[in-house]
Design a protein around this ligand. Sequence first.
Ligand code: CTP
Length: 419
Amino acid sequence: MSQPSPEAPAPAKPKVILGVGGGIAAYKACELLRRFTESGHDVRVIPTAAALRFVGAPTWEALSGHPVSAEVWDSVHEVPHVRLGQEADLVVVAPATADLLAKAAHGQADDLLTSTLLTARCPVVFAPAMHTEMWDHPATRDNVATLRRRGALVLDPAVGRLTGKDTGPGRLPEPAALFDAAEAVLRRGGPIPEDLAGLRVVVSAGGTREPLDPVRYLGNRSSGLQGYALAAAAAARGAEVTLVSANVALPDPAGAKVVRVGTALELREAVRAAAADAQVVVMSAAVADFRPAEYAPAKIKKSDDSSAPVVTLVQNPHVLKELGRERLAPGQTVVGFAAETGDAEHGFLELGRRKVAAYGVDLLVVNEVGADKVFGSPVTEAVIIGADGTETAVPLGAKRALADALWDRVTLLRRGTGQ
Ligand code: CTP
C-alpha cells in the first residue's frame, strides 16, 4: 500500500456543531463533546443562553478548544451566525428542548444557535429531552413532524426517570448512543433515509443466562454490540423498534423500546409477544441451547468428600426455528445469525447455506469465527445469505455498517416480494 507523502496535508477533521439547549440534560452533552473530540472531530459548541445556566462557557471552551458564545453580537466581524452553519459537516442539537424544536421548526433566528440552524446546509440531528407532557403535546409533535419532513433526524427520547420523580419518554439518550447516531449520519454524508418508516421490527441482542442457583448461571460472552447496532440503525431509519435485550451492559439505543430479559425462555416469550405484529424479526442474541434441568433455590455447597455435583441439562426451544416455521405475522421477514468455523469437509459458508434451509429463515448472517475473532469486538465481517440463493459479503468494518447492510438487504427483499 502506498504511504502518504510527508508533505500531504492531514485529512480535514469533520466540522461538527454541537448545539446545546437549556435543559438539565445539558451536562450529558459534555460527554458527547468529549466523544466527538477524542475521535478526531473539530467541534464548535453553541449553547443557548438558558443552556449556559446549566453548564457554563468555560466548560465548553475547555472541552472543545474553541471560544463559545450564545449570541450573534460577539465577534461580529467574523459573522459567525452565518459562517459556522455554512462550514459545518454536521449539526447535532442535544438536548433539544421543546422551545428549541419550536424555534427550529418555525425558522426563528434570535440567537447564535437558531441562526446557525437556518444557515446550515449539512445534516442536522436533534436529540429532544423534556418532560413527557411536553413531548406528547400536539404542538411538539407537529414541530417534530415538520423537522423530520425537511430531512432532519429527530431522535425519539429515551424512556426512564426524568428530572423529578416522574418517569416516561423524555430522557436524553446516553452520550454513547447519541454519538453512534450522529456518526452514522456523518458516515452516510447526508440525512439517513427513512426507508424503514412504517415497519415494526424486533431485534434480540446479548446472551441469555440460565440460572443454576441464586448465584450461578450458564452464560456466554455475547456483548450485545451487534444487536444494539441493528436496533439503533433501524430506529434511525424510521422503524418502530423493540429490542429484546439479554444481559447487555450498553446504553439503550436512541429511539428503541427496550425489553430486558434474562433466560432463553424469557427471551422467547418477549420476542414472540413483540413479533406477533412485527414485519421483521432479527435474532442476533446468543441464546443458550441448554439450561439446567433443575434450579436449586439455595446456593449449591461444596461437600466435605470433594465430590462434585452433577448438573443435568435440558434443551431450550430454538426460537429462530420456531419463528421461521410459524411466521407469527403474515409476510413476516425472519433473519438469523450463525457463527461458523467450518469443518474438515465443509466451509463455513456451506454450513450457513444448510442452516438457511433447515431454519426456514429469509436471511442468515454468517460470521466466520476463529481464534482472532473475539466477542465484544467493535468490528465484524460477514456474509448475508438469502433463502433465494443471494449472498452479500460485508467487509470488515463497524458493527453499525453490518447493521445498515442487513437493513438494506431486508428492504430489497421486502420490496422484491411486494411485502
Ligand atoms: N437461536 C435461537 N434459539 C436457540 C439457539 C439459537 O433462536 N435456542 C438463534 C440465534 O439467535 C441465532 C441462531 O439461532 O440467530 C444461531 O443458530 P444456531 O445454529 O442455533 O447456533 P450457532 O451457535 O450459530 O451454531 P451451532 O449450534 O451449529 O454451533
